[in-house]
Design a protein around this ligand. Structure first.
Ligand SMILES: [Zn+2]
Length: 454
């Protein structure tokens, strides 16, 4: 009898543990109501006025002009602003900052001189700076030391700190050497290529490298298609695509030669990174196959780039747009120097401000504001493969949204002065000031659901 009572009570304990995690009572989700003066739908390139957005906990519940506001809801008045979905940088590097001093811009040296923990903390800071400029999603595609990128994703998902939704690649996979040209001593005795790159030359090595990255939390796979003359063949790339698909990951190819671009296109890759080597014929094929371009279109500023390179970048971006390639907004940001100051105020520019400054290239290419907005939102969510749950301002989606003065459908530069940022239903920035206290708590209380891995 005693054993039976014991078993029944154990059973009840187990039932209570599975139905309410940690045995705690779940409080009802907080309700927030946002009054939006203007609400942009970048999918259609249209705006509606005087909308109310009801948010319950982390998600959007309803949107409309004449919605009843639930009693007890927290009101947020954005009636003088334009509300739109959060922005996406589809190619960046959060956990690397190579510098003119002391590394002379050699990122080999950054990797030797800065530990993975230090680089993970830089990534956390960069995430906060990007979120403040309205970037709620970023694709973080390698050169992040020993998985600082997947750690950043987990930390943000668990709720340790505010930041964009991170789609990390883990370590870049390439043929022997990756993007480095090490000496034999450094390569053989010091294993200097890893962890910036995983050497994967044969089909078995490619499969193993992809599994390793997914095991450690990657959400996309990055291949060096042609970093070396012995780059990947069409068969190699197809193998990578099918292996990555087993873990729900799409493949992004770093491309720097026309031949590499053609092999990536022939294999049916999901994203091509860097537009420099692409020809009009490549653009035509990419449009036909629906391959996303993360062109990493660097503007010419006093801290980066050259006029000649800029002209070529603008011409290539313009051609890709004319040929209707699915374009994303992307930067390849991973550097810092002493000249990164606001010319008027003399203040340091944040990583977010320098990221949104890439609009300069899109404006120089004369791409209409509405199409830039589509690239920096809708195509970004698609390239990140999250569009079914996050991005668009629709009922059932995570409440990620930003607000700006003016109308970015008329003047895209409105995106440079983000005044309000909400991520997962929590206010991160209001009246142009960061107020992220609600994101901080003494433990990982948020458990993201529905995924087979950490
Ligand atoms: Zn890059």
């Amino acid at each position: 009898m005693r054993t039976l009572v014991g078993m029944i009570s154990l059973f009840l304990i187990l039932v209570s543990m599975t139905s309410t995690p940690f045995g705690a009572q779940t409080p009802p989700a907080a309700i927030t109501a946002i009054k939006a003066g203007r609400l942009i739908d970048p999918e259609t390139g249209t705006a509606t006025t005087n909308q109310v957005i009801i948010i319950e906990g982390e998600k959007i519940r309803a949107i409309g002009a004449n919605l009843a506001i639930p009693t007890g809801a927290t009101m947020i008045d954005l009636s003088k602003l334009t509300v739109l979905p959060g922005l996406v940088d589809a190619h960046t590097h959060m956990a690397i900052t190579y510098k003119e001093q002391p590394e002379n811009n050699y990122y080999y040296l950054t990797y030797v001189m800065e530990s993975s923990p230090l680089r993970a903390i830089q990534a956390a800071s960069n995430g906060i700076q990007l979120l403040s400029s309205g970037f709620t999603v970023i694709r973080d595609v390698g050169n992040n030391a020993m998985y600082a990128d997947t750690a950043l994703r987990q930390a943000i998902e668990q709720g340790w700190l505010p930041g964009p939704t991170v789609i990390p690649s883990g370590i870049i996979i390439g043929g022997v050497g990756g993007q480095f040209w090490p000496t034999p001593e450094m390569y053989k005795q010091h294993n200097i290529v890893y962890p910036e790159y995983i050497d994967a030359d044969t089909p078995d090595e490619i499969v193993k490298a992809i599994r390793q990255n997914m095991l450690f939390g990657a959400r996309t796979i990055k291949l060096c298609i042609d970093c070396k003359p012995w780059g990947y063949s069409v068969e190699d790339i197809k193998l990578a695509i099918s292996e990555a698909a087993k873990g729900g990951c799409k493949v992004d190819g770093h491309v720097q030669t026309p031949e590499g671009a053609q092999r990536a296109i022939d294999a049916g890759i999901y994203i091509i990174s860097h537009g420099n080597a692409l020809t009009p014929e490549h653009h035509r094929q990419m449009a036909e196959k629906g391959i996303f371009l993360a062109g990493t279109d660097t503007p010419f500023t006093k801290y980066r780039g050259s006029e000649a390179a800029f002209k070529q970048t603008v011409a290539k971006l313009r051609d890709a747009w004319e040929k209707k390639v699915p374009l994303t907004f992307s930067t390849d940001f991973d550097y810092w120097n002493e000249r990164m100051k606001d010319e008027k105020t003399g203040e340091w520019l944040t990583r977010g401000e320098m990221t949104i400054a890439f609009l300069d290239t899109w404006k120089a290419a004369n791409i209409p504001a509405r199409d830039i907005l589509y690239a920096i939102t809708i195509n970004g969510y698609k390239a990140a493969d999250i569009i079914k749950e996050r991005g668009p301002i629709k009922p059932g989606f995570f409440a990620d949204l930003i607000a700006v003065p003016g109308d970015p459908l008329m003047d895209i530069d409105a995106l440079r002065s983000v005044q309000f940022v909400m991520k997962n239903g929590m206010v991160f920035k209001k009246d142009g000031v960061m107020t992220p206290e609600k994101f901080f708590h003494p433990g990982p209380v948020r458990t993201p659901s529905g995924r087979w891995t950490r």
